[in-house]
Each structure stands twice: as C-alpha cells, then as structure tokens.
Design a protein around this ligand. Structure first.
Ligand SMILES: N[C@@H](CCC(=O)N[C@@H](CS)C(=O)NCC(=O)O)C(=O)O
Length: 227
C-alpha cells in the first residue's frame, strides 16, 4: 500500500443513506477512506464495471487496501459496519451485553433493512415502469415508509428498556448510525415525519458531533447547492 494513500476505497454517492452509515463509522473509528463516485442518478451502479464489484448494483462497496487484505469488495452497509467493528473495536459501536447487542442489531435492521430499501432508486424505477407510479404516488409511498419505520423506531425508544442518551444506553451504536442514515435522506427528499420527539432529540445530539456532521449528504462532493 502506498504510504500516503487512504487504507480504504469507498464506492459512494453524495446522498446515499447506506454510504452515509459507512462514512460515519469510518469517521468515528478514525479510519481514512478515499471515495469513488458512482452516480446513481446516471445509473452508473448498473454499468458492467460496477456490477463486477456488486452484482446487485448498489452502493456502498468498501475495498481494504491494507497489505494482506482480501481483494474482495465488501458490500452491504451492515456487513461493512460489523467488519469495521472487528478490525477497529475502538470506539465500540456494539454494546458488550448480548441482549443489548441484539436490540441494537434489531433497531439497526428496522432502518437499514426494513425502511431504507423501500425508497431506493431501483424500487422507484420499478414502480414507475410497472406500477404506474407518478411523482405524487412516489412521494406518498416514500412518506408512508419513512413514517412507518421511524414511527416504530420511536415506539421502541419510548417503550423498551435500554434507551438512554442514544438508542441503546449512553454510547453511540450502529443503531444510531442507521437511524441517522434514514433521517438525513428524509431531509434530502424533503419528507417530514412528525411525532418522533425522542428521535429528534437523539438526532440533534448526533448531528452536533463532527463525525456525523462531516458525513452529511449536503457536505459531500457532488451535492447540489440546494440539497
Ligand atoms: N442493503 C444495502 C442497500 C444498498 C442500496 O440500496 N444502496 C442504494 C443507495 S443508498 C443504491 O445504490 N441504490 C441503487 C439503486 O437502487 O438502483 C446496504 O445497506 O448496503
């Protein structure tokens, strides 16, 4: 590895929720990355060069350039977060207690696997081409799934033991990263979800931290001035 090159290459795009998760984790763990732009508004994720990296045609993908590392790109943001946790355990993004870890993974999944995938470009493309969706229907769809996911997350925060300053206790976990990743793209799409006061409080706290602020879609290369 070139001594001056960043250890990781991260295939990314300014506004993507899944890449934001990885950016925040890299920032928290003080790991350097070089971002390689994949313009999903131009469908570059479906080009052969990128499909060779991720046959699903979705970002992020992370390449570890450390000597001896596997050359296989790591895809799926949750797999990447767990990988980063394993190679750089400090600061810990999963609690030590197995029950608390399970809750963190469940909360993270509510956002990253049950909410975010429903509002991705491939879903929009399919619903537009095969489901007769226009912009108004797409917006209603987005609003429904953001509200459903975030509403359920808020209920977990208020009704389940374990919540604290953050989603689980008083330390930032993978759950908070996934929560913030959905909140920041809701903002990009100008979808307002109301009656989530605990989430709003946690979000304000997270966004006051430079590791989250630096990852904000609006601060990435390629973001439009009005984003
Ligand atoms: N489950 C995947 C989701 C990846 C994903 O859907 N990424 C979006 C950007 S946030 C994407 O590349 N979408 C392209 C498309 O839908 O065509 C992960 O968490 O990494």
């Amino acid at each position: 590895m070139n001594q001056t090159a960043a250890r990781f290459a991260l295939y990314s795009y300014w506004r993507t929720s899944a890449t934001y998760r990885v950016r925040v984790a890299l920032n928290l763990k003080k790991l350097a990355s070089e971002e390689i732009n994949v313009d999903i508004d131009k469908n570059e994720q479906r080009e052969p060069a990128f499909l060779a990296i991720n046959p699903l045609g979705a970002i992020p993908a992370l390449i570890d350039r450390a000597p001896g590392a596997s050359s296989l790109p790591i895809t799926q943001s949750l797999a990447i977060l767990e990988f980063l946790e394993e190679i750089e355990p400090d600061p810990a993004l999963l609690p030590a207690d197995p029950w608390a870890r399970a809750r963190v993974r469940a909360l993270a999944g509510m956002m990253a696997t049950d909410t975010h995938p429903l509002i991705t470009p491939r879903i929009k493309k399919y619903l537009t081409a095969a489901g007769g969706f226009d912009d108004a229907k797409w917006r209603a769809w987005q609003t429904n799934w953001f509200s459903t996911g975030l509403g359920a997350y808020e209920e977990c925060l208020t009704k389940q033991p374990g919540s604290g300053r953050y989603s689980q206790g008083d330390s930032i976990t993978i759950a908070d990263i996934c929560l913030a990743s959905v909140m920041v793209v809701a903002r990009v799409f100008k979808i307002e979800v109301t009656n989530i006061p605990t989430i709003d409080r946690i979000m304000a706290d997270l966004e006051s931290l430079p590791e989250f602020a630096r990852a904000d879609p609006r601060r990435q290369a390629g973001a439009p001035a009005a984003a």
